[in-house]
Design a protein around this ligand. Structure first.
Ligand code: AMP
Length: 137
């Protein structure tokens, strides 16, 4: 989207990448600083969006389908015991590159990478939050 969008340059072939998959709408390539070997980024090729908040439903569906394919490939090729599929959206959620991208990360028994910490809701809180989200949908 922006002139300095690194992933747009990869799409245009102006920057190299370790490409693992490509179709009409999506591209998948190795993350240059992997959390584990085979960590793959899946992106829509359209250079019109920054993240989940402006990606089109069609590009999102194509990107998630490619992420599904990549997950299966990582299980087969990297012998992953599981995968994490995650996406950072906007700066305060950890997004660094302003082009939609899904991380597909191979995980292994005992890899020590851990999970986020979970919290508890206070009395009545879950119900009121559920109502807020329902009315926003
Ligand atoms: P995020 O924090 O979700 O925006 O993640 C951006 C990811 O892009 C990071 O994991 C980086 O390691 C990765 N990255 C940045 N530049 C490149 C590049 N040229 N090729 C592959 N991965 C990259």
């Amino acid at each position: 989207m922006a002139d300095n969008c690194v992933f747009c340059k990869i799409i245009r072939g102006e920057l190299p990448s370790f490409k693992v998959y490509e179709d009409d709408k999506t591209l998948a390539f190795l993350d240059i600083h992997p959390i584990s070997a085979g960590h793959t980024l899946v992106i829509p090729k359209a250079e019109t969006a920054r993240n989940i908040f402006d990606v089109t439903p069609e590009d999102w569906m194509a990107t998630t389908e490619t992420a599904r394919k990549v997950a299966h490939a990582l299980e087969k090729a990297m012998h992953a015991d599981g995968v994490n599929i995650m996406m950072n959206n906007r700066e305060h959620a950890g997004q660094v590159v302003d082009h939609p991208h899904i991380h597909v990360i191979p995980r292994y028994k005992g890899d020590g990478l851990g999970q986020w910490q979970h919290k508890a809701y206070k009395e009545g809180e879950a119900n009121s939050i559920k109502e807020k989200i329902r009315s926003a949908l």
